[in-house]
Design a protein around this ligand. Structure first.
Ligand code: GSH
Length: 212
């Protein structure tokens, strides 16, 4: 039986898949595991009553397991691993936090209006650390096979690439060749193509935060 999954709709286009990286992470996990699912698009600026009733916190993604809607991508990915153990996507424990500061440092740099506040250097340090990790262990975080940590990082790197190029004309330095290769491998997966939001919606989603 297909799982029910509620994810973000695009800003200003409630019938189109939106730009939430946590939602894409869950959709990627479902696609990689080939778990049949029905997608409900949630307009976060006008949340439907049924959604607020099953999920009072009002955040996406949520997935219905055994009649109960469960929020939080970490929790959802854990349940999917327990319920559908084959193929396992568990990342080895020593690699599970690789890249985990990239999203916060990217977001600070994107929103920064002061080019000397160190946010660019902080992001570069995180990307350098990822490059070093991939040099030693790549091409994916845990080697030859995609694991959960890659499926969490991929949507975040997508937001990074699209918005920094658009709002700051900034790109990841070519010298970080392993990061570039990693991004190419992730973004060209069928699961990624199928679950990504269009670039215009990524930009529309971030615009209010960048222009605040
Ligand atoms: N820790 C949560 C974060 C989920 C989250 O922050 N979702 C955002 C959209 S990307 C949301 O639903 N925000 C509520 C709102 O905008 O009203 C997860 O991993 O699922």
């Amino acid at each position: 039986m297909a799982l029910e999954v509620a994810v973000k709709a695009a800003v200003g286009a409630p019938t189109i898949l939106g730009d939430c990286p946590f939602s894409q992470r869950v959709l990627l996990t479902l696609e990689e595991r080939k778990i049949p699912h029905n997608i409900h698009l949630i307009n976060l600026t006008d949340k439907p009553q049924w959604f607020l009733e099953v999920n009072p916190e009002g955040k996406v993604p949520v997935v219905k397991f055994d009649g109960k809607w469960v929020p939080d991508s970490d929790v959802i990915v854990g349940i999917l691993e327990d319920k559908y153990p084959e193929p396992s996507l568990v990342s080895p424990a020593q690699f599970s936090s690789v890249g985990s500061n990239i999203f916060a440092s990217f977001s600070s740099f994107l929103k920064s209006k002061d080019s000397n506040d160190g946010t660019e250097q902080a992001l570069l340090a995180e990307l350098n650390a990822l490059d070093e990790h991939l040099k030693a262990n790549g091409p994916f975080v845990a080697g030859e096979k995609v694991t959960a940590v890659d499926l969490s990082l991929a949507p975040k790197l997508y937001h990074l690439v699209v918005t920094l190029r658009h709002f700051k004309s900034w790109t990841i330095p070519e010298s970080l060749a392993k990061v570039h290769n990693y991004i190419k491998l992730l973004f060209s997966r069928e699961s990624f193509e199928k679950t990504k939001a269009a670039e215009e919606y990524i930009i529309a989603g971030w615009a209010p935060k960048v222009n605040a």
